[in-house]
Design a protein around this ligand. Structure first.
Ligand code: COA
Length: 165
């Protein structure tokens, strides 16, 4: 079974390769990924199977109801974080079906709790909202969020998970 480990800056060429394969309609520059790994390494994990990177997860502290535009720099993390924001989770097809995304969500919940953060947030794309709802995420919808979701494509939904539920 594949396991999650700390993602390092030197792993990023593999991560970018995976992102290029999976996110053909939602591309991001390598330096945008790298900024997140440097700003908040504790939120970044790689999924490894037989020494190969077969997935990754990238999260960082953020503000509630705030959605970083895709492919733009964060510049800095908020001084008072209101949620842990799951920016991206990818598992390559050969490693899917074994609960990897759920284990990454559990990991991020643990990081959040250690920081006193009780809420996770993400933008679900490609119809994955049903998957995230299994882990406790619920869709939050309003007009101002709809405007912020534009860069994520028409399937995008903002979802929130209360860690204490
Ligand atoms: C989303 C993802 C990380 C989940 O990987 P995983 O943890 O191995 O989970 P699985 O692929 O086994 O999927 C678990 C369940 O979610 C469902 N699911 C996965 N992707 C889905 C999608 N795009 N739309 C709807 N359901 C989806 C699966 O059908 C499966 O349902 P089942 O248990 O009833 O068979 C992986 O499918 C992936 O990398 N997808 C492409 C990138 C992506 O969508 N990332 C999330 C962006 S928000």
């Amino acid at each position: 079974m594949a396991d999650w480990y700390q993602l390092l800056v030197e792993d990023l060429p593999y991560v970018n390769h995976i992102a290029d394969i999976v996110h053909t309609t939602l591309p991001e520059r390598p330096e945008v990924f790298e900024e997140k790994v440097r700003l908040f390494p504790a939120g970044c994990q790689k999924l490894v199977s037989e020494k190969n990177i077969v997935g990754y997860g990238i999260s960082h502290p953020w503000m509630h109801y705030s959605i970083p535009p895709l492919d733009e720099f964060l510049h800095k993390l908020p001084e008072a974080s209101e949620c842990m924001y799951l920016h991206d989770v990818v598992v390559l097809p050969e490693a899917r079906g074994r609960g990897a995304s759920g284990r990454y969500v559990d990991y991020v919940k643990g990081v959040a709790r250690e920081m006193g953060i009780t809420r996770l947030a993400l933008v679900s794309v490609y119809g994955t909202d049903t998957l995230w709802s299994r882990f406790g995420f619920k869709v939050v919808q309003n007009h101002s969020l709809d405007l912020k979701l534009i860069s994520y494509g028409c399937s995008a939904k903002y979802m929130v998970c209360e860690c204490n539920d």
